[in-house]
Write a protein that binds this ligand. Structure first.
Ligand SMILES: Nc1ncnc2c1ncn2[C@@H]1O[C@H](COP(=O)(O)OP(=O)(O)OP(=O)(O)O)[C@@H](O)[C@H]1O
Ligand SMILES: [Mg+2]
Length: 289
């Protein structure tokens, strides 16, 4: 049975590797909670979409997903329902503004992270059918890392670590980087400082974290940028409208647009990228440990 599943997964992976285009998979993580991962992911995705990129957000914040809440939308289905009702992944992809797509976390999602091999294969099988449909697939993670969510993070192509300038958040961000790096030293990290009182403050935080990572882990981390504190963000959250749509001229909105431009100009052309290794890495790393 397990052999059957493994060979069917291998066949799937071969199909993926043979197709032309693959989404870049990006996990968005933090040590401390509430630092702005979901708001960043959503608005970064919206701005990428304005640049004609097709984007999917998968909300993997276990049992506490909120992408649909931030969008002011009610998802018809979630990952949990995919299992419960044997739906395809296409069935649970919802349409958001700017033609972004998203998959809601649903309640009781914790099941997915303790799933057995058959369930993981089901997810991977389904996931593999959509990797050529998007340019970018974001995994909006919960704070910290459980063993299971770590498997997803380690399998992505890139990891964006979000922190605020608070020393507690910075410490937790570093702990997270260290934890992930020890498991996969090749995973590229990007660092986003959110809620900075000034760009200078944010830059100082980036430099500190880069220095510490280089010194203790011999790991260089790319600066994604600094997102300033902007009270419009909280207003947009209350209005349940993504802040870049709520007020495109707000400081946070203009800054996100700049960050997307910088990110895109530093990024290797997606079509020239090696085939996504998400599936194979997830399969290898999780190994149902
Ligand atoms: N740049 C910002 N300026 C001002 N407030 C912000 C900013 N970014 C986020 N916030 C505030 O922080 C709150 C938490 O943000 P968000 O839900 O995106 O964090 P999170 O890291 O996804 O949280 P969790 O760990 O619970 O998933 C928002 O509701 C908003 O009020
Ligand atoms: Mg969140």
């Amino acid at each position: 049975m397990i052999n059957d599943q493994a060979s069917s997964l291998r066949r799937k992976m071969e199909q993926i590797n043979n197709s032309k285009k693959h989404a870049k998979t990006i996990s968005v993580v933090s040590g401390k909670g509430g630092v702005g991962k979901s708001n960043f992911t959503l608005n970064f995705a919206l701005k990428l979409s304005e640049q004609k990129k097709s984007v999917l957000i998968i909300d993997l914040d276990i049992g506490m997903g909120n992408i649909d809440i931030l969008l002011g939308l009610q998802a018809k289905y979630s990952i949990v329902q995919m299992y419960e009702n044997s739906l395809s992944i296409q069935d649970i992809i919802e349409e958001g503004p700017n033609s972004i797509s998203y998959i809601a976390a649903g309640s009781g999602l914790s099941k997915i992270f303790t799933m057995n091999e058959a369930m993981l294969n089901y997810f991977l099988d389904e996931f593999s059918t959509i990797t050529s449909d998007f340019d970018y697939i974001f995994f909006d993670m919960g704070a910290g890392a459980s063993d299971d969510s770590l498997s997803f993070i380690l399998a992505t192509d890139e990891c964006i670590v979000v922190t605020t300038p608070e020393p507690t958040a910075m410490m937790d961000a570093y702990a997270m980087i260290k934890h992930i790096h020890q498991k996969n030293p090749n995973l590229p990290f990007y660092l986003l400082i959110n809620r900075a009182s000034s760009i200078e403050e944010g830059k100082r935080v980036i430099q500190k974290l880069q220095k510490v990572s280089e010194h203790f882990l011999a790991k260089s981390i790319t600066a994604l940028g600094v997102l300033p504190y902007d009270k419009k963000v909280a207003k947009a959250v209350i209005a349940q409208v993504p802040f870049t749509l709520y007020d495109p001229q707000a400081l946070a909105s203009r800054t996100i647009a700049q960050l997307v431009n910088q990110y895109l100009t530093n990024t290797i052309n997606i079509d020239k990228k090696a085939p996504s290794s998400f599936i194979s890495k997830l399969k290898r790393l999780s190994q149902f440990n």
